[in-house]
Design a protein around this ligand. Structure first.
Ligand code: GUN
Length: 310
């Protein structure tokens, strides 16, 4: 463990531990739903091709689902599959009442338009929250009832970690660094709903360090290793590092060794921040836990059962 991790241990937001607790609550909810309603939540994960990183993600998702009592079915398709064939599979999953959540692992091969596939998923089963209907529901604040938004897993997990550390977020200045559909944009929506004053910053933002220094909450989701420096952070700010970047870390024994770093220079940041998520062990484990939560939420909504509050 690095010196700074020991020195500033109370500033570390332990996403791994929080995710384990969440997964236990999900497991208990699944048992309760099964006992009371005879309903077994289920998730279909579709993987096209053999990208090694995607294979690992999909395997981890399947294992986590099963550990929580959620039935997970993998659908592995050849990299050369046509878009039409993939859409046929999505349609059959949409029509299968025993499937409550559908996740098509991204990225997809070049011959397939990801937007066409995402738009083909029944919004009620869209546990990634990527369908335009769910994007629109989130943007318009439709967060409860049978037609509530499915919220993308990574920003959902980030909000849980923030509320766990800070309680009510009302009035806080939040800066979201990154404007992706998967993280930056939905994160900004969630923080706005939580009554933060939100700035979405990105690679073209003028005076980016100054903008970041305004933040009581800084969410870094740009995909650039260790871009956020210690002096970009307001003393006491809470920093959520969404980045997962693999960088060279050669040793005498292993010149090809790699290690994972976030979008934030962790050792510099932890000396300034009030709290920060590490990489690994911060946001990453929350994403999978929130996928399971979304699957249970989707199963409940599809069957007219009250959704658990996570
Ligand atoms: N690929 C990397 N992350 C994700 C994710 O959260 N959902 C999907 N569907 N694909 C991904």
């Amino acid at each position: 463990m690095s010196d700074s991790k020991v020195r500033f241990a109370d500033r570390i937001i332990d996403g791994k531990a929080f995710a384990e607790g969440l997964r236990e609550r999900i497991g208990a909810a699944v048992s309760g739903i099964e006992a009371a309603h005879g309903l077994a939540p289920s998730l279909a994960v579709v993987l096209v091709g053999d990208d090694p990183a995607s294979q690992i993600y999909v395997r981890n998702k399947g294992r986590a689902a099963e550990a929580a009592g959620i039935a997970a079915a993998d659908h592995r398709l050849d990299a050369a599959i046509s878009q039409e064939e993939l859409l046929t599979l999505v349609a059959s999953l949409n029509n299968d009442a025993m499937v409550h959540g559908i996740l098509v692992q991204l990225p997809l091969p070049d011959q397939i338009d990801p937007a066409a596939v995402i738009d083909a998923i029944d919004p009620a089963k869209d546990v990634d929250g990527f369908h335009v209907v769910n994007v629109g529901r989130l943007a318009s604040g439709q967060m409860s009832g049978p037609n509530a938004a499915m919220v993308p897993c990574t920003p959902l997990g980030c909000r849980m970690l923030l509320e766990d550390r800070l309680g009510d977020l009302t009035g806080l200045e939040a800066v979201v660094l990154g404007r992706s559909n998967i993280v930056g944009k939905p994160m900004a929506q969630l923080l706005t709903q939580a009554n933060c004053t939100v700035t979405v910053a990105h690679s073209k933002t003028r005076d980016l360090p100054d903008v970041c220094r305004r933040a009581d909450i800084l969410v870094a989701a740009v995909g650039r290793p260790q871009m956020v420096q210690g002096d970009w952070i307001k003393p006491g700010a809470v920093v959520i590092d969404v980045g997962i970047n693999r960088v060279p870390a050669p040793t005498g024994d292993d010149p090809d060794k790699m290690r994972l770093v976030g979008d934030v220079d962790f050792d510099a940041a932890i000396a300034v921040a009030g709290a920060i998520t590490p990489v690994p062990g911060g946001v990453g484990p929350m994403t999978i836990a929130c996928l399971l939560a979304n699957t249970v939420t989707a199963a409940c909504r599809q069957n007219g059962i009250d959704t658990p509050a996570w």
